[in-house]
Ligand binder design. Sequence first.
Ligand SMILES: [Zn+2]
Length: 381
Amino acid sequence: MGYSAAVELARQLIRVDTTNPSGNETRAARLIADRLRHLDVSVELHELSPGRESLIARHVGLRPGPALCLSGHLDTVPIGAVPWSRDPFAGEIDGDRLWGRGSTDMKGGIAAMVVAFERLSARNASAPVTLALTASEETGCQGAASIVDKIGAVGALVIAEPTSESAAISHKGVLWLRLRALGKAAHGSKPELGENAIDRLIAGLAAIRGVVLEATAHPVMGPVTANVGTIAGGVATNIVPDSCEATLDLRIVPGFDAREALRVIRSRVGYSINVEPILSLDAVESSAADPWLNSVVADANHVCGTHRSTGSAAFFTDASVLVPALGYPPVAIIGPGNPALAHQVDEWCSVGAIDRAVELYERLGLNWRPNVQFVNRIQES
Ligand SMILES: [Zn+2]
């Protein structure tokens, strides 16, 4: 049975392993670049590091002004240690389900954006549309940061992260920390002669839990959260450990930003634990009153057949980097796939949702009216 162009492209992208680390996004970026070369669009590849390229493609249109920017990331998270019941890199389809790493997060969404962009170019859509596909989002938006000054004027941003086709207009920020406790080694039979670094770190983590619980939740984005992602310490059962290290993933909100979180955490854990930030990205917040965002919600309701309103995403996106650098355009995060299936074993995406996303992105491109006022605001600031 034949599938649509977007679904076939999503399968092709799944078959290109872009698990990050190490990413190797170049093969996926070039697969897309090769498709676009026969169109009347400009295509650029920008190297983050060897084998890791991001792609920018531009449809200029007849109407001058800032572009509608369609964006997504080419990398995926690793497949993990638990075995999959389906091959994560085969692009297998069973009924409405396309299986594979990245099917939901977010090769289904990328494929839909690429095909919508192709259609907009083929129809010679009047307004400018820019496609920006990034390397290395999953480890902290490094690809987006490396191309943001090359994207050009943007009036509104669409990010194709999985949202079950409902538009999110905000998301939390993130602060990743490395915590290191030092102690003093001693024989395991004489713990009173040593200082146990693991105990010290565990006490520090408990103190941070307290900080997180006390932080005020955001009315739309929800509460601050913390997850201990890794921990390592000690060398043998019969030695008091003199070192322990953990990494912590905090999801933060306006009112409790990275600077404030770091200040409170450092004061609470004291000097015995070294706290070092390893990633910090701000929350993203668009105005629910923005007319373009309201039109996105209306178009999504129309195309996806559901009545959904603007909400907030728990995960971070390239918008953390793109939105401030592009002068705070409104951002809609909307794409095919259930976010609960992202980063999971046996990830899959609805084939029908990918096809609906093509219709939605094409419609957003056709309806895009560059807002001259917005450009002026950037130039004045
Ligand atoms: Zn993603």
